[in-house]
Design a protein around this ligand. Structure first.
Ligand code: FAD
Length: 225
């Protein structure tokens, strides 16, 4: 599937950084990293969410569908920002990559149909180009399933919140896979991130103790009426 690159601007020591920032307001010794770590952990365990906003995360998401990226963009808490591959300047007439859903991949007939539809779109793009149509107009034909690339910047609090929605079994499968890739990439980035992924990223039912969705997957019971 896609790939996630954690850019070096991502905070390497998120827990310690939280403690360093909180220490300023508590008149603490922010030169002592051990104390900063303990203070940061205290903030997290006490659910002082605002302190998580100091932790910066910058990523390149590459090879996921334009469709899942559209969903990624709904997480706007904390004013994240991003850049996305242009549909005006990139030459998709020469071909574009796309995501193939598992259900289609494993059914030969469905796969042939899906691939033909993608190939027909590409042919139409080429023919429109020959007719002198600008790429910004022919790009209207590009499918949601085509893969795209974004450079994304957000904070830890936003990602914790995202995990509540997107680790839910009812979330779109590609988003769940993307989120799993993100957990893996961040866990490998540093020990402190490894702790964060294991302890703070969880679907909303695990946090609430019951399912909040109308249609439940059964992982947790629905709250009694
Ligand atoms: C099973 C499932 C089905 C879904 N179906 C759809 C769908 O059909 N269509 C669709 O569009 N989305 C759908 N979603 C996505 C979902 O509805 C949200 O759009 C998405 O999760 C991002 O919103 P958010 O509030 O979770 O996150 P964020 O926007 O990042 O917000 C995080 C938190 O910040 C605070 N916040 C953010 N903005 C404000 C504000 N303006 N004022 C005050 N507080 C704020 C709130 O506390 C909020 O909970 C679905 C999600 C799931 C899991």
């Amino acid at each position: 599937m896609g790939t996630i690159t954690i850019l070096p601007e991502t905070t390497k020591d998120p827990i310690t950084l939280i403690g360093r920032r909180a220490g300023v307001c508590w008149g603490g010794d922010v030169e002592d990293e051990e104390k900063n770590y303990k203070r940061g952990m205290d903030c997290i365990v006490s659910n002082h969410g605002r302190t998580m906003e100091y932790v910066n995360v910058e990523l390149v998401l590459d090879g996921y569908s334009a469709r899942v990226i559209r969903e990624w963009y709904t997480h706007i808490g904390g004013a994240p920002t991003r850049l996305q591959s242009s549909t005006r300047y990139i030459n998709y007439q020469a071909g574009f990559d796309y995501v193939v859903p598992h259900s289609i991949q494993k059914k030969e007939e469905a796969l042939a149909l899906y691939e033909k539809a993608m190939s027909d779109i590409q042919t139409a793009l080429q023919q429109l180009e020959e007719l002198g149509i600008a790429r910004e107009d022919s790009a209207m034909l590009l499918p949601l399933g085509m893969s795209t690339k974004i450079v994304d910047k957000r904070n830890l609090r936003n990602l914790v919140d995202m995990s509540r929605q997107r680790m839910c079994t009812r979330a779109y499968w590609e988003y769940r896979e993307l989120f799993r890739d993100l957990c893996k990439a961040l866990s490998e980035y540093s020990e402190e991130w490894n702790w964060i992924v294991k302890n703070l990223f969880a679907p909303k039912c695990d946090v609430a103790g019951y399912c909040t969705e109308r249609k439940s997957c059964g992982r947790h019971e629905k709250k009694a009426e």
